[in-house]
Design a protein. Structure first.
Lengths: 295, 440
């Protein structure tokens, strides 16, 4: 088992920034999302709609939604900071509005220039075709071809260029807020509070410490799914079900239901519960069938 | 701009990558890059939200209403989204947020466009709004049309007046309407024209009720109290409502008092019928000077023929059928009437009622992608959905029963369960055991 290393307190400037969002976390920054998934094995779920592919539910984009348990691990490991963006609910102040208007104007002027240069380049690349066309037209109308010169045609075409209209200006919609991004660290996050929340967060943390990748287990009727490696390359190995009681208090029907849950999908059901002797210690028990060949 | 590194998305798609455009210091794409992306000379990664201004709708965040007031509508989503308040178009938060995410809408707050992060923060102000938005976004991306749940239209009682030779039976559709001008002028007349239901249902419609009546009641032209001279409609050559719609302009408007009501009875095979709102969308009251009066189904035409035709002796004498003909219209209806015991629980058990009954209210009406949809008169939906979280409990049976009784139609009710990583849909429906019917 990999030794767990306690990380030093995070530098707010370097730590992953997570926005507090109704008991869960949202990551808006792409680099932070990648770091959380690759470096810290916290997968989260992308829930945003990709603007280039809006009519599908297979691929998602930012923001990255972190469950309470995932947030718990990142904060416990001190690699992330939980933030509140108090300015976002307010109107932009005059300074922020002025900054945006300056950005917009600079961008528009830059786009006019870039568009103009782009069109000039386009004319240069197609100049021979334009010249051929003009010469053919001159021949058909009886004019002298010698008057059609490359330089004069080039200047003539450039003079016809019109500036980029405002409706054609390219607009960038930012994912992460950049005009009103002032934030403060959430001082106290009240989680876990209930016994089941404590059980879930502890079970998640223990399994994460063992090197597993974990995701939510809703699809299989459990609390978590546990993978030996990246979910992209592996099937889930365990379905973790957190129990509010001891396993021996389960009825045979409940045990059979849990067993069937895993057998059908070729996974092992792990029951997680608090030890009866030590209240804060989480124990795991698997549910498997035994081949009874009684003779 | 540079390509950074790749990471799989959610582990759902082997080989799926999320490319980085620029690094955090270059969040603002340069003007040259913006132009290149807009002109599609540069392939942007899926997260890039670059769009030309002329292709985007514009709106302003209205804090008091918590909605977006639309200042410029462009694109193809407007037949479904948006509603009118005091002559202006507004968007609900889930509609605005979805359009903003797919870069069809720019929302301004004090002239500064909202980022996706800011829009999430100001438009989704409580946990339930987040769940609702995720369901809305999920189903809209699949092509469904969603609107906020609308209560059923209230039914108005039919106005009954003296009838003149009501025409009954399927053959009546081709029977000429015999009315003379002098006969029609004094009193309102009613015409009953039963038609086959399949011709009346729009393509892909999911019928919900077993029977509907549609009443067309002419109203006098504006400012005119006196009836004008009347020309009766001649429906003898009409075999379907689409044909009627095409021909009514030739027939001219109906003026009082030649015909006060035209009632159309539409029988179905038992699956139900398309809602009354459909009919009001087929006729334009402003053009035709008629108003649409909706009433609860109560067809008596077929029952009338049983009661007055050759089988009328069945209802004479001391021994009669247990179920009168006028009460039923399908075999299934008959079986439900004679079923023992009654499936409804007559004892009001408090333990079967949710303490949080208010939490289980319907969030959205869902329409199939290929169903003809009109925002002003959407009609009965194909589904309704209650949005809930994966850590909430399943609604109790009495709660669901109360909810279904309040709706009194057979539109399926779904539970949209939102988990951290995915959204699932369940239906909790009553089940009846099959009956084996043998003859003899």
């Amino acid at each position: 088992m990999e030794q767990h290393v306690h990380l030093p307190p995070p530098d707010p400037g370097a730590a992953v920034k997570i926005q507090m969002f109704f008991g869960q976390g949202l990551i808006w920054n792409l680099e932070d999302a990648i770091e959380v998934r690759t470096k810290h094995r916290i997968l989260g779920s992308f829930i945003g709609c990709l603007p280039k592919a809006p009519r599908q539910v297979q691929r998602f984009g930012l923001p990255l939604l972190l469950s309470s348990e995932e947030l718990f691990v990142l904060l416990k490991e001190k690699v992330a900071v939980l933030l509140e963006y108090q300015d976002l609910s307010l109107k932009p102040n005059p300074d922020q509005a002025a900054e945006f208007m300056k950005y917009l104007e600079d961008s528009f002027q830059g786009q006019i220039k870039a568009s103009h240069e782009d069109k000039i380049q386009n004319i240069k690349e197609n100049l021979s075709t334009i010249l051929d066309g003009k010469r053919k037209k001159a021949l058909s109308s009886g004019k002298a071809i010698a008057d059609i010169r490359e330089e004069s045609v080039f200047q003539d075409e450039i003079s016809k260029l019109k500036p980029l209209p405002e409706d054609h200006m390219a607009v960038q919609t930012f994912i992460e807020e950049i005009w009103q991004g002032r934030s403060k660290i959430v001082p106290d996050w009240n989680f876990p509070t209930t016994s089941m929340e404590r059980l879930r967060s502890q079970a998640f943390y223990l399994l994460w410490q063992e090197g597993f990748h974990l995701t939510d287990g809703d699809k299989f009727g459990g609390d978590f799914l546990v993978y030996n490696g990246s979910p992209q390359d592996h099937h889930a190995r365990f379905i973790v079900v957190c129990l509010s009681k001891q396993p021996e208090d389960l009825s045979p029907n409940e045990v059979a239901a849990k067993y069937r849950l895993g057998t059908t999908v070729k996974k092992t059901v792990l029951l997680a519960f608090f030890s009866p002797n030590e209240p804060n210690q989480v124990l795991f028990q698997s549910v498997e069938s035994s081949n009874s060949n009684l003779k | 701009m540079s390509v950074g590194y790749a990471v799989p998305i959610n582990g759902q798609e082997p080989g799926a990558v999320l490319w980085v455009i620029g690094m955090s210091a270059e969040r603002r794409l340069s003007p040259a890059t913006l132009v290149a992306v807009a002109m599609k000379r540069l392939v942007a990664h899926p997260e890039a939200r670059v769009q030309t201004r002329g292709q985007m709708s514009q709106g302003i965040w209205h804090r008091e209403r918590s909605q977006v007031r639309v200042t410029q509508a462009r694109g193809k989503y407007w037949p479904v989204v948006g509603h009118q308040i005091e002559g202006q178009t507004y968007l609900y938060p889930e509609e605005a947020l979805f359009l903003l995410e797919i870069q069809q809408l720019q929302v301004l707050d004090a002239e500064v466009p909202m980022s996706v992060q800011k829009a999430f923060t100001v438009m989704l102000t409580h946990e339930r709004a987040v769940l609702r938005y995720r369901v809305y976004s999920h189903l809209t991306r699949l092509g469904y049309k969603l609107i906020r749940h609308q209560p059923r239209p209230s039914s108005q009682p039919r106005k009954r007046g003296p009838t003149t030779s009501p025409v009954v039976g399927p053959e009546a559709i081709h029977a000429p309407i015999k009315r003379s001008k002098s006969h029609a002028l004094d009193a309102p007349s009613r015409l009953v024209v039963p038609v086959a239901e399949t011709r009346l249902l729009p393509a892909g419609a999911w019928p919900a009720r077993t029977r509907y009546d549609v009443v067309f009641q002419p109203r006098p032209p504006d400012g005119q109290a006196e009836p004008q001279s009347a020309e009766p409609w001649d429906l003898s050559q009409i075999s379907s409502w689409s044909e009627w719609k095409k021909n009514r302009s030739r027939m001219g408007p109906i003026n009082l008092p030649s015909v006060q009501e035209i009632r159309v009875d539409c029988e179905t095979s038992g699956r139900g019928f398309y809602p009354l709102d459909f009919w009001s969308s087929s006729v334009s009251p402003a053009e035709e000077k008629i108003s649409i009066t909706r009433s609860v189904a109560d067809d008596t035409s077929s029952a009338r023929s049983l009661a007055s035709g050759a089988l009328r002796t069945l209802w004479m004498g001391p021994v009669k059928p247990m179920i009168p003909a006028r009460s039923v219209h399908s075999t299934r209806h008959i079986l439900e009437l004679i079923r023992i015991p009654n499936r409804k629980c007559n004892i009001r058990d408090e333990t079967l009622i949710d303490d949080r009954l208010e939490a289980f209210k319907i969030d959205f009406d869902i329409f199939l992608p290929n169903v003809s949809f009109k925002k002003s008169r959407p009609g009965l939906p194909n589904f309704r959905v209650i949005v809930t979280s994966s850590d909430e409990s399943v609604p109790k049976s009495q709660s669901l029963q109360s909810l279904k009784e309040s709706l009194a139609d057979s539109v399926p009710l779904l539970m949209g369960v939102v988990g951290p990583g995915n959204i699932s849909f369940f239906a909790l429906q009553d089940t009846s055991l099959p009956r084996i019917i043998s003859v003899g």
